[in-house]
Design a protein around this ligand. Structure first.
Ligand SMILES: [Zn+2]
Ligand SMILES: [Zn+2]
Length: 240
């Protein structure tokens, strides 16, 4: 009896407040089966084109092949590959902004699920744990949550691996990277992270919301490898 009551209640709620796409607000079909994004928004996401850097996933707009970019050739990063839910544009950019700056934490779950599917589909890497890029404690206090951790949660659930939030910490409060030149970005983040202990994990998936020049994830991965981790792969919602 309780089950039929619950079903009837859920149907009435759906009738009064039909489920809507978290990105554009349009009503979701009744058979949306717990989808949070509508078909239009999902199809508008630009996934990484075939032409991108084999390592850092930097898109090559004027090329048709996969190879290493100049930056990765000059300064080989400590990570082996970057997975991304999509290019940092359109609804992915909008969603990351709302998650990060407008407290819309409910977006983290569907974005993390999208990203988790991409990591899983790549198929050849089973991390021992997932490490979200940490915020400085002051920034965390201001924002109230770490968006990278919120995105990491559904990925951890999907891959069935633990999240480690205690291993990597941000010890320097750095000014935002926007508006800085490439060299300034690198200097800005030098020694910004450290390890609280010697990592027992050999393979780590590092998760962040967005990757632009990649200096943040480069520095995190460098710190993890210096600590003895064998391989780090990176997963980001948006790749600029
Ligand atoms: Zn939509
Ligand atoms: Zn590259």
């Amino acid at each position: 009896m309780w089950t039929s009551l619950r079903r009837a209640l859920a149907a009435s709620i759906n009738l009064l407040l039909p489920p809507a796409c978290l990105l554009c607000g349009q009503s979701l079909p009744t058979d949306h089966s717990k989808q949070s994004f509508c078909r239009d928004c999902l199809t508008s996401i630009t996934t990484l084109s075939p032409a991108h850097c084999l390592c850092c996933a930097q898109p090559f707009p004027d090329s048709t092949s996969i190879h290493l970019c100049g930056n990765c050739l000059k300064r080989p990063p400590a990570f082996s590959i970057v997975h991304a839910a999509g290019l940092y544009q359109g609804c992915i950019k909008d969603a990351v902004h709302r998650l990060k700056y407008r407290n819309q934490v409910t977006l983290a779950r569907p974005l993390g699920q999208l990203l988790g599917k991409i990591v899983e589909a790549a198929g050849d890497f089973v991390p021992d744990c997932i490490v979200p890029v940490p915020l400085h404690p002051d920034r965390l206090r201001q924002r109230g949550y770490n968006q990278a951790l919120e995105v990491a949660r559904p990925i951890a659930q999907q891959l069935n691996v633990p999240i480690n939030t205690g291993l990597l910490q941000r010890i320097r409060k750095t000014p935002p990277q926007q508006g800085l030149t490439a060299i300034e970005r690198r200097n800005n983040l030098r020694n910004a992270f450290n390890l609280t202990t010697t990592p027992s994990a050999q393979r780590i998936l590092l998760v962040d919301d967005v990757m632009t020049t990649g200096e943040t994830v480069r520095e995190c991965c460098r710190t993890l490898l210096v600590g003895g981790v064998r391989e780090v792969q990176v997963a980001v919602v948006g790749r600029a």
